[in-house]
Ligand binder design. Sequence first.
Ligand code: GLU
Length: 261
Amino acid sequence: MKFKMVVLFVSAALLIAAAGACKKQEDASGTSAIKKADVLKVGVKADVPGFGLFNTSANRYEGLEIEIAKRLAGEILGDSGKIKFEPVTAKTRGPLLDNGELDMIIATFTITDERKLTYNFSTPYYTDAVGMLVKKSSGINSLADLDGKTIGVAQSATSKEAIDTAAKAIGVTLKFAEFSTYPEIKAALDSGRVDVFSVDKSILNGYLDGDSVILPDEFSPQPYGVTTKLSNKALAEYVDGLIQKWLGDGTIPALIEQFHL
Ligand code: GLU
């Protein structure tokens, strides 16, 4: 009797372990929730030409990051059209990933050591740098001309620290004004409230007009990674494997060329 009980317990334990292993194997790519929803929810930029831009006349998103998202949906769901794009900003993208509204962010999200403590990032698919947009009439030509000037930066962006470090290194002292969106910084530049609009050059391109110019100076490399929730390590590894594959087989380099990046 005692022996039978032990056999029963051991068998039960083995069964539970086997079921667990099975479940784990089923979701080795961390994609079960996405598959269940049958749609990939991706946070993208709507105002970054060549990366994530909403083309209002065609009524669709376009750019490198959009193409990467479509390919990921194709791999995970077997259909690159099973995707829901959600426009995000530097301020909103993290919270939207945290609260589960989005499965991933592909939105000029710079990989930093600090952010790696909160999110998983893939290998970079592109590396940009922080730049400066000024009014042509300002007479500002470089960082050296900025002593005492006010720089408009976005909250939650890497820009403030990047430009401040570069300025301090050449003995230039800056003032800052922080905004929650890029259109607000551009409006502040136009009205003279700030002297410089500073963020990644790729983003500045979306706000360049006839009266403004992007200066040649650039600071602090900005490697962009596909961002996923820290808790889903399997998904991060799966996505990273695909990004590495697409970097190696020429898929991403071809897209970078296609979008003239
Ligand atoms: N790429 C920079 C960052 O992640 C600039 C902000 C943005 O992406 O909008 O902080």
